[in-house]
Unconditional design. Structure first.
Length: 93
């Protein structure tokens, strides 16, 4: 599996994106799919597809690889890019 961060996709714009967790330290979070509705320093809040209003809190440090699902294609991203406060993330192009 190749982990990439394409130039047209910026990880700091993750809010509102549909993701799927592919691997991580917590086996119960693997294959969770949903839309990120909130992000804090240590957590992401995932609105799950299978339930109408269930929001799952997932610690960022437990995510190793995740996939962003978009109309322009799927992007496989290293989970370490999620770590930190959203407003303090600086990514180089």
């Amino acid at each position: 599996m190749v982990i990439s961060q394409p130039k047209e996709f910026h990880v700091n714009d993750i809010l509102g994106k549909k993701i799927k967790i592919l691997s991580g330290s917590n086996k119960f979070n693997i294959n969770k799919t949903g839309i990120i509705v909130n992000e804090t320093k240590n957590m992401i809040y995932l609105l799950q597809e299978r339930s109408d209003l269930e929001v799952k809190k997932i610690p960022k440090k437990e995510i190793d690889v995740y996939k962003v699902i978009s109309q322009s294609g799927d992007y496989f991203i290293n989970g370490k890019t999620l770590l930190g406060r959203p407003e303090e993330k600086n990514f180089k192009n």
